[in-house]
Design a protein around this ligand. Structure first.
Ligand code: CP
Length: 318
């Protein structure tokens, strides 16, 4: 299957050959950038008689994803418009997300990149856009490009993800990164484990039913070859939940990764986190300085994964 002209709303729409193709292209871009400090000469977007214009719509806050999508566009010589300030838009006057997206799409961008909260209405309108759409993080639903850059980072260090044991730690139930990673890492052959306070773990019935569950962080650390930390998604909890969680603070703290846990982790293991890392909550500060930590490599790789995705969707190959 080719993803030329297609949207990327869920990892589930990708097949292994798409992922392989995307990773090869991202690798090519990363190597080329390392050698020559540029990648725009590898695509025809600059010299094209039809310059592409991307529209980035961020209804929810973002640092890495928003800037990385924009940086990747600039590195390829693509033009972009960012709509990331709902408070200065007509949303303030009562216009809905649905109508906002319809109107932005009516301006005929070549590609839209959209971050939004949990909304069936938005999900529906994204299927009707006049151009391909990339999901830049959808509520507690999915974050496909984050999962792709996570898997790409792992593939740089491990020959294959077949049978690799990956432990997700923290607020799994509200995490779109956890869901997209579950779909992608499994497709690539990895074995998934989860660990966190009981109230932040998904039901053992649905799509998480065959994952390994660890009630103690130490056990999970001994089991895994990759540790992926996830922050508490406070914005997805109701005020009642947050109140309840204050009472369970001690339980949550027992899942914070600290030096004593790092000692249980294999010396060849890798530590990932999609960011933002809330230091002192899910990770003690020493985790980010551990030699096994790849958090900033993930950020760098995000740039090349997103550039490769633009290239494949828009057909920018020379
Ligand atoms: N990983 C991630 O989505 O980070 P941002 O929310 O800062 O974009």
């Amino acid at each position: 299957m080719s993803i030329f002209g297609s949207s990327l709303l869920s990892i589930k729409s990708l097949e292994t050959n798409d992922i392989e193709f995307l990773f090869n292209k991202a690798r090519l871009y990363k190597d080329e950038f390392k050698k020559h400090g540029r990648i725009d000469h590898l695509v025809h977007s600059v010299s094209s008689s039809r310059p592409y214009v991307l529209m980035m719509v961020f209804f929810e806050p973002s640092t890495r994803t928003r800037v990385s999508f924009q940086m990747a566009a600039y590195r390829l010589g693509l033009r972009s418009i960012i709509f990331d300030s709902p408070t200065s838009s007509s949303l303030q006057k009562g216009e809905t997300y649905f109508d906002t997206l319809k109107n932005l799409s009516a301006m005929k961008p070549d590609l839209m990149i959209v971050r939004y909260g949990d909304s069936i209405e938005v999900e529906r309108v994204l299927l009707e856009m006049s151009c391909p759409v990339v999901n830049a993080g959808s509520g507690s639903g999915e974050h496909p490009t984050q999962a792709l850059l996570d898997a790409f980072t792992l593939c740089e260090h491990l020959t294959s993800l077949q049978g690799v044991k990956i432990l997700l730690v923290g607020d799994i139930i509200h995490s779109r990164v956890a869901k997209s990673n579950l779909y992608l890492l499994r497709l690539l052959g990895a074995e998934i484990g989860i660990c966190g306070p009981a109230h932040l773990l998904p039901d053992s019935a649905g799509e998480w039913k065959s994952v390994q569950r660890f009630s103690h962080l130490d056990e999970g650390m001994k089991w895994c070859q990759v540790l992926m930390g996830l922050r508490l998604q406070k914005e997805r909890h109701s005020p009642d939940d947050l109140q309840e969680m204050k009472k369970q603070r001690a339980e949550e703290e027992s899942y914070r990764v600290e030096s004593k846990h790092l000692r249980k982790l294999s010396t060849s293991a890798l530590i990932l986190h999609p960011g933002p890392v809330i230091q002192g909550e899910e990770f003690a500060p020493e985790v980010l300085s551990d030699s096994r930590c790849r958090v900033l490599t993930q950020v760098t790789n995000g740039l090349f994964i997103r550039a490769a995705l633009y290239s494949m969707i828009l057909g920018l190959d020379q």
